[in-house]
Design a binder for this molecule. Structure first.
Ligand code: AHR
Length: 651
């Protein structure tokens, strides 16, 4: 088979978008809490046992509140359940007592540190024995990474009962109790909250350490907001980010960062959906948000810190806000259109906080929080994955308000997974950019390299806000990386349409995996990026500037070569195109042959839907893996690769 590539230099070339590669961050799989955010204490403010607003308990399960039918314009979804109550009222904390110490813990709200975070922990030493230990221990986020010679900045609030007459020792310790760092506060007393701080200097490494507070007297000690940070955050920012994870993100040189979701934006209920205003200001006063992925975020990594991170990595900020709709897969609540004004105002205020003058209400607060200059907010996205006529109407309301006040802010319309919203884009006020999400199976791109070529152009640009090969590839393998790379190349080839993209999900803590395939993995002490990260980066760093139209012809012309041409993206596969066989020879000798031709029963249709997982797909995967194993590390000199496909009918 001879393939000839005809390059048409006379035609105007499409410029590949300089903003093609961005990043999408969502609080999923402990992406922020126990991930990017460098806080080492889990449940530092004792708020994580709170039931998310707008939910009720039924039969020990938490279900969305369905008692306000006027809010439930959609049928209530009750199939999404989360186990509640939790195993403990103080998740991640436990008691350790030895000798004749007798102690108990209780969660109280009697003397709250502030109104927004009412919970605190009462530690009661009913009987104290100095020969033993009376401690509370925090497990961190599946361990605390303690590194020799590094300092850990500790702060906590405490008040005591009158009969507590002692100090308090704080330690970083191994799971077996070996002390790695320690500090003694000689005088902890007073009935009002007082803040205590110290640095803990680690004398040894331990990737799974614990944090302990040991008490020295009978009596009661109330604790709140126990916080511990490493001394080496990204860009050395206080209340900062984990250097290794932030470094991997920065290494992608993202043109923009989309934030904070995803389903996170939508909330498990409309009341518990995130509100950026509750994520700024003193960290002690942030109530936190319940992520629809099943855990609490302290929101220490809040709206201000997010904008700061964008600035630090020279990326434009893309903020996604809630449009009065909770996640369809959880509760599917639509706030009536007549009650949307507070949501619209909230979005306008978020923009004002980011870029408004210091004389404006929210711009002034930004300056007070340490950043008088505007942040690089360039885009806002109107909802996440909403679509259809109901969405189109609310899009218009938000669009008008934003356009009127901030004509330079680029607005993005959500589309859902696939192009489900495409037919409604025309009924929407001018759509600047539409966001299509694309989770594909292992072989999808090989059947659909022309997905964007076939896309009917509209008067808008496309942002592929979430894409990944995430079915049939385990937790992500070489085939996923190849598939992701080809997908990115198909975006490049359609540069007139696709202007922005971001892989999803970006981050995963290996101890709490909410999504099958992710880009950057970590535990408390380690982090690494999957191969797709390097494939995407390779393309981003070597991005073509322009596309020159090209056409490939294949000789001799036959049904088989036509099918092959379809397979390499020059035509379209259809259901009557069957499996491609591969034979590799070197200097005439066969070194590899997929023997599907010898087993005709195994010829399989190539096209399927996005979650196509029948044996045809698996067979293709096996063939791809065999091929990769065979070719790894080999020079390609003198190899001939023959691909064969067959069609059972059609044109
Ligand atoms: O990336 C994981 C989820 O996939 C996002 O929360 C949602 O937007 C999409 O469906």
């Amino acid at each position: 088979v001879t393939a000839t590539i005809h390059v048409n230099t006379a035609t105007t070339a499409n410029k590949v978008s300089p903003t093609l590669h961005g990043v999408f961050f969502e609080e999923i799989s402990h992406a922020g809490e126990g991930g990017l955010y460098a806080e080492l204490i889990q449940n530092r403010g004792f708020e994580e046992c709170r039931i998310p607003a707008g939910t009720t308990l039924q039969n020990g399960f938490l279900v969305p509140d369905t008692t306000r039918p006027h809010f439930m314009l959609e049928p209530a979804k009750t199939d999404w359940k989360l186990e509640w109550p939790l195993k403990s009222d103080w998740p991640a904390w436990s008691m350790q007592s030895t000798g004749n110490n007798k102690m108990s813990l209780s969660l109280t709200q009697s003397q709250p540190l502030n109104k927004a975070t009412p919970n605190n922990l009462c530690v009661w030493m009913q009987a104290y024995d100095a020969t033993g230990k009376a401690s509370v221990v925090n497990e961190g986020f599946w361990g605390i990474n303690t590194v020799k010679d590094h300092k850990y900045h500790l702060s906590f609030y405490a008040h005591t009962s009158a009969d507590y007459k002692g100090g308090l020792t704080v330690t970083l310790q191994s799971k077996k109790g070996a002390v790695l760092a320690s500090y003694h506060f000689s005088n902890v007393k007073g009935k009002e909250w007082r803040k205590y701080t110290c640095d803990l200097l680690a004398t040894a490494d331990d990737g799974e350490a614990q944090f302990a507070m040991s008490f020295e007297s009978a009596g009661k000690v109330w604790l709140d907001f126990v916080s511990l940070f490493p001394d080496n955050t990204f860009n050395n920012r206080p209340n900062g980010l984990r250097k290794d994870i932030a470094g991997l993100i920065a290494g992608m040189k993202p043109s923009f960062i989309r934030w904070p979701g995803g389903c996170f934006v939508e909330g498990i209920t409309i009341e518990s959906a995130p509100d950026w205003k509750k994520t700024i200001g003193p960290v002690e006063e942030r109530p936190g948000t319940f992520s629809p992925w099943g855990y609490w975020s302290s929101d220490g990594l809040g709206y201000h810190e997010y904008l700061q991170f964008c600035e630090d990595v020279h990326a434009d900020a893309l903020y996604v806000f809630n449009v009065g709709v909770s996640c369809e897969y959880r509760s599917g609540t639509y706030v009536p259109e007549s009650e949307l004004q507070p949501y619209i105002q909230n979005a306008l205020d978020a923009i004002e906080y980011a870029i408004g003058p210091v004389t404006s209400t929210w711009g002034r607060l930004r300056a007070k929080n340490g950043h008088p200059k505007p942040f690089p907010l360039k885009y806002v996205e109107i909802g996440n994955e909403q679509h259809g006529p109901k969405y189109a109407r609310r899009y218009n309301l938000f669009y008008d308000a934003i356009r009127a006040k901030y004509p330079n802010i680029v607005t993005i319309a959500s589309m859902g997974i696939g192009d489900v919203n495409r037919h409604t884009l025309d009924s929407m006020k001018q759509v600047q950019i539409a966001d299509e999400h694309a989770y594909k199976d292992a072989n999808w791109i090989f059947r659909n390299t022309d997905h964007f070529d076939r896309y009917k152009r509209g008067n808008w640009d496309m942002y592929v806000g979430e894409y990944a090969t995430n079915a049939g590839v385990g937790a992500g393998n070489m085939q996923a990386a190849l598939s992701d790379a080809i997908y990115v190349m198909s975006m490049e080839r359609n540069a007139d349409l696709v202007k922005m993209s971001s892989y999803a999900p970006l981050l995963v803590n290996e101890n709490d995996v909410d999504w099958p395939v992710n880009l950057i993995h970590y535990t408390a002490s380690q982090s690494f990026a999957r191969i797709s990260y390097y494939a995407i980066n390779l393309l981003a760093e070597n991005k073509a500037d322009i596309n020159i139209p090209a056409k490939v012809t294949i000789q001799p012309k036959s049904k088989e070569t036509a099918a092959f041409a379809g397979g390499v993206g020059l035509g379209t596969w259809d259901t009557q195109t069957e499996f491609a066989n591969v034979k590799i020879t070197q200097n005439g000798a066969v070194v590899y042959s997929s023997d599907f031709a010898a087993r005709p029963g195994e010829w399989k249709p190539i096209r399927g839907n996005w979650n196509y997982t029948d044996s045809g797909a698996l067979a293709q995967t096996a063939m791809g893996e065999q091929l990769l194993a065979l070719l790894a590390g080999k020079s390609f000199d003198n190899y001939t690769i023959t691909l064969q496909a067959r069609r059972t009918g059609g044109i």
